[in-house]
Write a protein that binds this ligand. Structure first.
Ligand code: NDP
Ligand code: MG
Length: 392
């Protein structure tokens, strides 16, 4: 069997490293064609030495010489900057893993679509801000998009078994771990630190998504992700807090049946699913779920008083994708401001809500029909959020 060539955009991140880990478990099936990083030059060099891709690119051009020097005695071709990332995205491969965090992953992801058969999509900010444009490009080049995000990966699997007419589905539940603070009251959270907020109980992830999990904004973004990816009304989507992160999503049928997607909380499981799709390949090294050991599964309603962020995103979907872009942009700024100790935990939501309220009203859904216009609204919303932050 010929090996499949894989490109990983965002190889130095949590998803990127997990993808490389799964690839290394199947040296007979996969070879790493290209990897990219943002700023973490040491890790990118070490991954290049370990996985021996043909191409490697670093977004920060300042590191070009360092990367070039490190790859001097190999056949690895080196690129840098946005232009370099684009060149790497244009190398034809079987599968591309899109795992750059934030909307900054959008441009290169779009560039990659015509050059891969499968796009394994983790970058949720890119997905929610530009889904119709991404989908149209994928249709044009017959590239199949597979969702890596665990909840959507479960839903994708649940929906594989039947052709589901829309009216068969009564409700779709995404579960939320609740993050490190679930169960605390509002006042308790006023003085939490970035270190506490990023200490996720079940998953080891990048800083932004870990903080998004702590505010439950991550679940808000995922509601949008599910609404767009599966083309379902937000009215049919709901969230249950499930601290164990064992059940990832549930499909409620109109006849009272429920299908649930379960697996051990380890991102390598959905990543492996996408790397092998449509085949189901035995994974000896990935953990199994022992339900007898777990004994009980717990679910509870979301406490929206303490964690209002998902509501912001439910409202944004109703308003239109322009509102989703604004809310996402505000959140990218406020999460970094919190991580930089500039604002408190509750300010994240307050500012996101205020900016979405003011800025989304200035646009309509017709204003975000191209990647350029999506990025324009994003840039403008970020500028306005930064301006508001000066008051803090
Ligand atoms: P990380 O922060 O761990 O990694 C982000 C990656 O993107 C790194 O490789 C980083 O490079 C790169 N990057 C960041 N900014 C830029 C830029 N401007 N240009 C080029 N590269 C850039 O994030 P995660 O891996 O946790 O998450 C990645 C995406 O996947 C996010 O959208 C997240 O929401 C989604 N996701 C993540 C899950 C998880 O378990 N981690 C689960 C489901 C979805 P460097 O570090 O070298 O600067
Ligand atoms: Mg998820």
């Amino acid at each position: 069997m010929e090996k499949e060539k894989i490109t990983i955009l965002g190889a130095t991140g949590s998803i990127g490293k997990n993808a490389l880990d799964v690839i290394a478990m199947h040296p007979e099936r996969f070879e790493v064609e290209a990897i990219t990083g943002g700023n973490n030059i040491e890790l990118l060099i070490s991954l290049a030495q370990q996985y021996r891709p043909k191409y490697v690119a670093i977004a920060n051009e300042d590191y070009y010489n360092q990367l070039k020097e490190a790859c001097n005695h190999s056949d690895i071709q080196v690129f840098a900057g946005q232009k370099g990332l684009k060149e790497v995205a244009h190398i034809p491969v079987d599968r591309t893993v899109a795992a750059i965090s934030g909307i900054s992953g959008l441009g290169v992801l779009m560039e990659a679509i015509p050059f891969c058969n499968y796009l394994l999509l983790a970058s949720k900010e890119a997905l929610i801000t530009a889904w119709p444009i991404i989908k149209q490009e994928a249709n044009k080049y017959q590239t199949q998009i597979l969702p890596i995000d665990s909840e959507h990966n479960s839903l994708f699997q649940l929906m594989q078994t039947d052709m589901l007419p829309d009216n068969w589905i009564e409700k779709i539940i995404l579960t939320a771990s609740g993050g490190p603070f679930y169960g605390h009251n509002y006042e308790d959270l006023s003085n939490v630190t970035p270190a506490q907020a990023c200490r996720h109980p079940n998953w080891s992830m990048g800083a932004k998504i870990s903080l998004d999990s702590a505010t439950l904004m991550n679940k808000g973004l995922e509601i949008v992700e599910a609404a767009y990816f599966f083309n379902v009304s937000p009215k049919k989507l709901d969230i249950l807090v499930h601290k164990q992160s064992v059940v990832h999503a549930m499909l409620y049928y109109c006849n009272g049946n429920i299908k649930a997607g379960l697996n051990y909380p380890d991102m390598r499981i959905p990543i492996a699913y996408c790397l092998h799709y449509p085949q189901c390949v035995e994974e000896h090294q990935l953990p199994r779920l022992d339900l007898a050991e777990i004994g009980e599964l717990h679910f509870e309603q979301v406490d929206y008083t303490c964690f209002p962020s998902p509501k912001l995103m439910f409202n944004a979907i109703e308003q239109g994708r322009h509102a989703v872009i604004v809310a996402n942009a505000a959140n990218e700024i406020t999460t970094h401001a919190f991580l930089d100790l500039k604002i408190g935990f509750h300010d994240i939501y307050k500012i996101n809500e205020k900016i979405t309220d003011i800025i989304a009203a200035q646009f309509t859904v017709n204003d975000c029909q191209s990647i350029e216009s999506v990025l324009d609204i994003d840039t403008y919303s970020k500028m306005r959020t930064n301006k508001l932050l000066q008051q803090y």
